[in-house]
Design a binder for this molecule. Structure first.
Ligand code: GRF
Length: 195
């Protein structure tokens, strides 16, 4: 049976879209049962609604106005995921650091995609970090999420060349292409490791 997967986004949602498209195949092990955004105006939400996928918003700006701390926000996330009977979570451009408590609840059942070859260039702006370091090769990594940021067992990686004259934009676009190819295969592989 297909596992019920929830995808957490904050913006464009192009990786989410790649996962949704892969999940259309009858033999793909995931059904995208929820797309949840931290921002009500995330572009990815319209795509998900358009293809009839359930969506939810846990509005981080509203949460801040309401005085909710990180744990309280993450409790709302967890509630939305469990109400939708989500079994596995994919982070796809979800621009928040998750609390240790939330990660503990989903550890082994949550993966993230990061636009560098981890452990190189963790954190923000990894494409710029790669350009500044002058590396000839960068890429993307799908990894299980652990409390430490951009750490955790690697599920899959893909390399892309860094070319002379590359800008943050051109390198990011080349890595993003690789992300779209890598994430669906990586999710398949990760789900095979879930009891
Ligand atoms: C991707 O580069 C992803 O690796 C990073 O944020 C970006 C999200 O892009 N975590 P999108 O929203 O999937 O288009």
């Amino acid at each position: 049976m297909k596992k019920r997967v929830g995808i957490l986004i904050s913006g464009r949602g192009s990786n989410m879209r790649a996962l949704v498209e892969a999940a259309r195949a009858a033999d793909y092990p995931a059904e995208i049962a929820l797309v949840l955004s931290s921002k009500p105006d995330a572009e990815g939400l319209s795509f998900a609604r358009g293809v009839g996928i359930a969506t939810a918003v846990v509005d981080q700006a509203q949460a801040r106005r309401d005085g909710l701390d990180r744990e309280a926000y993450d409790a709302l996330l967890h509630k939305a995921l469990t109400e939708a009977r989500i079994e596995f979570v994919c982070l796809a451009g979800f621009m928040r650091i998750l609390s240790d408590g939330f990660v503990a609840k989903w550890q082994g059942r949550m993966v993230n995609i990061h636009p560098s070859l981890l452990p190189a260039f963790r954190g923000l702006h990894p494409q710029k970090q790669a350009l500044d370091a002058g590396v000839p090769v960068s890429g993307c990594t799908v990894h299980f999420v652990v409390p430490e940021l951009d750490a955790g067992p690697v599920v899959a990686q893909a390399e892309v060349p860094v070319l002379p004259g590359d800008t943050v934009e051109s390198l990011s676009a080349r890595i993003l292409d690789a992300e779209h190819r890598t994430y669906p295969d990586a999710l398949r592989k990760a789900l095979a490791q879930v009891p």
